[in-house]
Design a protein around this ligand. Structure first.
Ligand code: NCN
Ligand code: DMD
Length: 375
């Protein structure tokens, strides 16, 4: 009897949450890019972090020089959270569904920012607490996730379906030609599970990491900190099991993002991470698919204290610090022009040889040689 009931569960987990080993971006293409950086018409190292960024893209694309991104895509994962009904957010849960409609109408920050960078935007309802358009709800797992301070966010089956949904979305995007992915999110209350994941995986006290989210007041912060503490107590026994951690202490949207971010790495597609919620999902994705983090760059540093902890944990240095705390993929989109600049310079600048520009170091060496050898 026991084997009959656990067998299918184990194989479902094997399918949805097992990832083949993640290959690193190409070291050869990255080295070739580093060498090319030295030949371009600029003082050595003068493009600063744009140089390391461009070489990272070359590694991800396995080509030097790299190509400008042809189809960058943002996927906004929308989901509600039961905990939002317990005074942990400055806004009512209804805003999640209302913002989904706003994304579809093109009126949100993510739409405005995507338009200036050439990125496409797709919104997916993973767990919004109302019925949404068929166009966005094909991967819906359930209506809202459980209130993690007092119950599990999801069942085992829902967790696996959410991870599988994120993986399927990444596959759909890559199969349609996406060459750069951004995960964004929208969900009133979602900084609470994000903080629970980050604090649990870094063994940090709630008071040190709970932030203001959408802008809660002091009384809201106290309620949120208590909710984070209670949820952390519930996840403690499963913190080493990423699927169980997602089931007990996250939500369907976060589980889907974890699947999406891990699958993007498996599909050798670079990703710009956004703020605290996406980076919390990224931490779990790295547990599910070790090495996935080498395919990600951190777009920005959110004002949420837990975000810095997550970035340190993943050893990622954010590209911009603009005191943003919006989500939706907005911080990643603000960073996208930096990636485009890194690729454009590496790919399109002339070399010293082609442009007939003298290289300081080589000329000095030639002079030194001539001086040293009068013959
Ligand atoms: O990305 C971030 O770092 C970030 C920081 C604070 C808030 N948010 C957004 O605000 C919502 C969650 O905030 P809250 O206060 O409802 O937990 C959700 O829709 C997120 O996209 C996002
Ligand atoms: C209006 C609004 C827009 C958002 N976008 C992402 N999170 C959000 C939260 C609110 C409240």
């Amino acid at each position: 009897m026991t084997t009959e009931s656990t067998g299918p569960a184990i194989s479902a987990r094997a399918t949805a949450a097992t990832f083949d080993p993640v290959a690193h971006p190409s070291a050869a293409a990255r080295s070739a890019a580093n060498a090319r950086q030295l030949q371009l018409t600029k003082p050595t190292g003068s493009l600063g972090r744009l140089e390391t960024l461009g070489s990272w893209v070359a590694g991800c694309q396995d080509r030097c020089p790299p190509q400008l991104f042809a189809r960058p895509r943002v996927v906004v994962f929308a989901g509600d959270h039961g905990v939002a009904r317990h005074g942990v957010s400055a806004y009512p849960a209804e805003v999640t569904a209302q913002m989904v409609a706003n994304f579809q109408a093109g009126g949100a920050a993510v739409n405005a920012l995507a338009a200036i960078t050439g990125a496409g935007v797709r919104v997916v309802d993973i767990a919004v607490d109302s019925d949404t358009d068929a166009a966005v709800s094909t991967h819906k797992v359930r209506r809202s996730s459980g209130s993690i301070d007092r119950e599990d966010a999801l069942t085992e089956d829902e967790t696996l379906r959410a991870i599988a949904a994120g993986r399927a979305i990444a596959d759909e995007e890559v199969d349609s030609g996406a060459d750069l992915l951004i995960a964004g999110e929208m969900g009133i209350g979602n900084t609470t599970p994000a903080t629970v994941l980050i604090a649990s995986l870094t063994d940090t006290e709630p008071v040190a990491v709970v932030g203001r989210g959408t802008g809660i007041d002091d009384a809201g912060w106290v309620r949120k900190t208590a909710a984070v503490r209670d949820a952390m107590r519930r996840v403690r026994p499963v913190v080493k099991d990423p699927v169980a951690l997602l089931r007990v202490g996250s939500g369907a949207d976060l589980a889907a993002m974890a699947g999406f971010l891990a699958q993007a790495a498996l599909r050798r597609t670079p990703v710009i991470l956004d703020g605290v919620v996406v980076t919390a999902a990224a931490m779990v994705a790295e547990e599910l698919a070790p090495g996935a983090r080498f395919w990600w760059v951190a777009g920005h540093r959110s004002t949420e204290p837990a975000h810095s902890l997550a970035l340190d944990h993943l050893q990622l240095e954010p590209l911009v610090e603009m005191d943003m705390r919006l989500g939706e993929g907005s911080g990643a989109l603000v960073a996208l022009p930096l990636l485009q600049a890194a690729v454009a310079t590496l790919a399109n600048m002339s070399t010293f040889a082609d442009a007939g520009v003298s290289t300081g170091a080589a000329d000095a060496d030639e002079t030194a040689d001539v001086d040293a050898d009068p013959s």
